[in-house]
Ligand binder design. Structure first.
Ligand code: DI6
Ligand code: FE
Length: 410
């Protein structure tokens, strides 16, 4: 950029670049320059071109700068809450028991359908704002609490609306195949027909979803029904993701890979062939320790096998009212390490570069030229501290699309 002028220059920052995946790379005493909302230069301060100018310069005071974090799996648009189910589970009821008795997802469907547009947005916005305050600049939000075409469309619109209000880049996923709605009780295949023939085409036509997801599970949809949903997604030009092998081994990982899914999520019960298939397909494994913890699950996802096969691992909140009432991605970093034995470096890759890939986004998740200038500044002594702390939020600076949203005084 010799001779030209950058819009913004950040000095005095140590950089967690993530360039090169989880082996990642850090640069001490770095500098980062932004032009037109994109990173234009990142490297050691000493190597910054001497003749370069910047319209504005800010100092990071020796703090750590990471890419803006990405929460690649949430269900955060919903109304009501399910604290009473939490209490029931503590008394011994299982998630499946509660679902079969008409609670679970169905309880949230009732509350969500009953809310006005403004009530739904008002209930959901604080969850998105809590994530944004932790340096998260991209959030995936699924539908799945409408379970009828118009109600699913409304959830997706609400997700986009609160994203615009919070200044966060929201990516929407249609999860109409989350549960069989009461209107179709005992007729799951008829509901899948509706999803394939009406809901997916409507959402695709209006450009309201970036991907299609399904809950492939004994208490959700069968692999055969999931295949039909995925075929319809493909026919409508949409990529797929899958809630796979969360509560039992249904061959979900292999099914996701077969459809070249962006991600397969949960995966506690994924089998060895499924993990190998994910690696071959380049499908990202999204680990969700909040749900594992909240359900007192004991079956660990096959992290060692994923590592051995070179499967990219992302980490997300799964923010939802039933199995993961979590609005802290930083806490998920801690749990991914403590519960799933990820290294802190793997966990950080899981909420940056790999989380972006789980959404099909190659333009973010690293501090490298041409990437979106989405950044988070942290008051920490070393990167592992992001995963080490529990319940703290050391995020002190936020840059989104090159705009300084928040920055420390000194
Ligand atoms: N798996 C989950 O963990 C969430 N959905 C899903 O398919 C739970 C959603 C809920 O209980 O409301
Ligand atoms: Fe989920």
């Amino acid at each position: 950029m010799a001779g030209g002028a950058f819009d913004l220059l950040i000095t005095g920052a140590h950089l967690v670049t993530m360039a090169g995946g989880e082996s990642g790379g850090t640069i001490r005493d770095g500098a980062l320059a932004i032009s037109g909302g994109r990173i234009a230069w990142a490297g050691p301060r000493a190597a910054f071109p001497r003749d370069a100018r910047a319209t504005r310069t800010v100092d990071a005071g020796g703090r750590w700068l990471t890419p803006g974090l990405v929460d690649c799996h949430t269900h955060l648009v919903y109304a009501g809450n399910r604290a009473h189910e939490f209490a029931a589970r503590l008394e011994g009821a299982t998630y499946a028991d509660i679902a079969k008795a008409g609670g679970g997802i169905h309880a949230t469907v009732r509350a969500t359908r009953a809310a006005t547009d403004d009530e739904l947005a008002a209930a959901s916005y604080p969850r998105l704002a809590a994530l944004a305050a932790e340096g998260i600049s991209t959030v995936e939000i699924k539908s799945g609490y409408g379970l009828a075409t118009a109600a699913e469309v409304r959830q997706l619109r609400t997700a986009r609306r609160i994203g615009a209000e919070a200044g966060v880049d929201v990516r929407t996923t249609l999860l109409a195949a989350h549960a069989v709605p009461p209107e179709f009780a005992g007729r799951a295949d008829d509901y899948v027909d509706l999803v394939c023939q009406e809901t997916i085409p409507a959402v695709a036509r209006e450009g309201l979803a970036d991907a299609v997801d399904a809950f492939c599970e004994t208490i959700g949809f069968t692999p055969e029904q999931t295949r039909r949903v995925f075929a319809a997604a493909r026919a409508n030009g949409l990529r797929v993701k899958l809630h796979a092998d969360q509560l039992s081994d249904t061959g979900g990982a292999a099914l996701a890979a077969e459809f070249n899914a962006l991600s397969a999520d949960h995966l506690e019960y994924a089998n060895a062939a499924g993990v190998a298939a994910l690696a071959r397909a380049g499908t990202v494994a999204v680990l969700l320790p909040g749900a594992f913890y909240a359900l007192s699950e004991t079956q660990l996802p096959p992290v060692a096998a994923m590592r051995a096969h070179g499967v990219r691992m992302a980490v997300a909140t799964d923010c939802n009212p039933g199995t993961s009432p979590v609005t802290s991605l930083l806490l998920m970093l801690n749990m991914a390490c403590t519960l799933f034995r990820l290294t802190p470096a793997e966990a950080i890759a899981g909420v940056t570069v790999h989380a972006a890939r789980a959404l099909g986004l190659a333009d973010r998740g690293m501090l490298a030229p041409a990437q979106r200038a989405d950044l988070a500044l942290w008051d920490i002594a070393e990167p592992a501290e992001l995963a080490y702390r529990m319940g703290a939020n050391p995020c002190v600076g936020i840059v989104r699309g090159g705009d300084v949203i928040q920055w420390p005084m000194a």
